[in-house]
Design a protein around this ligand. Structure first.
Ligand code: PLP
Length: 456
């Protein structure tokens, strides 16, 4: 029974990002199966998955082709490493395909299993690159407040989430600047003017650290787990101007934005970013099997190949053949079914328009959306742009968001995520217009229930 699984789970399983006492008191949800955009639990409740798992099930659940690709590869060659001057066809073929679909010049792939590992690779590769370039050996990597780049030690340092810095102090090699969060930090300015100001924080930080010390800047094209912070127009162009001016490498973390999420293959295509390094994961296999890559630009790879000697870095599962075979089939599906184009020209704009229709709701301060990723920011006072938890607010930040999420999941059968009080959407990219309508009506109901709890 569900209760048996809950008891066993509480006795033996430590889930990630979980308050165990709270979970054990509530009882964990046991998810048993999934199909299309729906998940189902052991009590038979069907839930529309507005988060595509964790921003990853891009082609939706239940795709037999991915199972068959994994089975065929497992039968032929289930595993071999890529260390011993050996390679295998799935890894080589995937590297070639990734070089084809990523922006120009990103022609070299380094494989890992997770987004966090990809970002560890990014750090070590950047330091290796600057070591090859001779003195001064640039070490500082700049990232952004509330950026999320993973949970390994290096990725936690890169990330800008304060609660994640409790266990390990941030190493001095890692520096952070504020996020381009117009609604919260810049609404007294035009978005374009705020974009220049926010990008200018990077230049200030480079000058503070000393340009000869700054190795790289890393950011997500749209900051995902930080609350779906969509950069205001002009932000990325100015960031790139600053990176070029000081010879700082640019890393676009595409772990969420990649593989069609923003209506193009990569968020970098949507925002005109030409990165030196591009970590990616999640949607690469639609989450069916763990795999990540770092795509490396010719201008970096040539230095590593020419001057680097052995790069003392890698993983047992770098370029795992089964994971690569699944990624190849997943990319074929995205391509052959025109899913990326559909997000760009049809379901993405429809989703954006549907989400924007909620802007008049008394709890909604801002709606942000690009392609099939979006957020609805719940606020205490719309006129003053006052977030819950701001000085002068009567509610703790995060409380209202969690209230709304609980109503969505338990009362309305919709999985959404609360990042503080931003309600996050990132549904499978195969979602139809009718399913978007369904998702929105469930969410509207959750908003109304939350407003009723707050006496609005
Ligand atoms: N980078 C970004 C932008 C992410 O959103 C995430 C995970 O959500 C990661 C990296 C870490 O990926 P993983 O959880 O696969 O280690």
């Amino acid at each position: 029974t569900t209760a048996d699984w809950q008891r066993l789970d509480a006795a033996h399983h430590l889930e990630p990002f979980t308050d165990y006492k709270e979970l054990h008191a509530e009882g964990v949800r046991v998810v048993t199966r999934a199909e299309g955009v729906w998940i189902e639990d052991s009590e038979g409740q069907r839930i529309l998955d507005g988060m595509a798992g964790l921003w990853c099930v891009n082609v939706g659940y239940g795709r037999r082709e991915l199972v068959e690709a994994a089975t065929a590869q497992m039968t032929q060659l289930p595993y071999y490493n890529t260390f011993f001057k050996s390679t295998h066809m799935p890894a080589v073929e995937l590297a070639r395909v990734l070089a084809d679909i990523t922006p120009e010049g990103l022609n070299h792939a380094f494989f890992n299993s997770s987004g966090s590992e990809a970002n560890d690779t990014v750090c070590r590769m950047i330091w290796h690159y600057w070591d090859c370039m001779g003195k001064p050996w640039r070490k500082t990597i700049i990232s952004r407040t509330n950026g999320y780049h993973g949970s390994t030690v290096a990725a936690t340092n890169l990330g800008g989430m304060r609660m994640m810095h409790k266990q390990n102090r941030v190493w001095p090699e890692f520096q952070h600047i504020e996020q381009p969060y117009w609604y919260h930090l810049g609404h007294d300015m035009e978005p374009e003017a705020f974009a220049l100001k926010a990008a200018g924080w990077l230049e200030e930080k480079i000058l503070e650290v000393g340009p000869d010390n700054v190795a790289a800047f890393i950011a997500e094209p749209i900051q995902g787990a930080g609350g779906v912070i969509v950069p205001p127009p002009g932000y990325w162009a100015e960031i790139q101007r600053i990176c070029h001016k000081y010879g700082v490498l640019l890393v676009a973390d595409e772990v969420i934005c990649g593989f069609g999420r923003t209506g193009n293959w990569f968020g970098s295509d949507t925002f005109g970013i030409a990165p030196d390094l591009m970590p990616m994961a999640k949607g690469m296999t639609s989450g069916y099997i763990p795999l990540s890559a770092v795509m490396v630009h010719d201008r970096v790879a040539e230095v590593l190949i020419d001057k680097g000697g052995e790069f003392f870095h890698g993983f047992t599962y770098s370029g795992h053949p089964v994971a690569c075979a699944v990624a190849l089939e997943n990319i074929r599906i995205l391509n052959d079914e025109g899913i990326v184009q559909q997000v760009g020209s049809d379901t993405g704009p429809y989703f954006e328009q549907s989400l924007k229709a909620l802007a008049d709701h008394p709890l909604v301060g801002e709606v942000r959306a690009v392609g099939l990723v979006g957020a609805v920011e719940l606020v205490e006072d719309k006129a003053r742009h006052l977030l819950f938890g701001d000085p002068g607010s009567s509610h703790k930040m995060g409380r209202v968001g969690f209230m709304c999420r609980d109503h969505a999941v338990k009362d309305c059968g919709l999985m959404v995520r609360a990042v503080r009080d931003a309600m996050i959407f990132s549904p499978p990219l195969v979602i139809t217009r009718a399913e978007i309508d369904d998702m929105m009506s469930r969410f509207k109901q959750a908003l109304d229930l939350t407003a009723a709890d707050l006496g609005r």
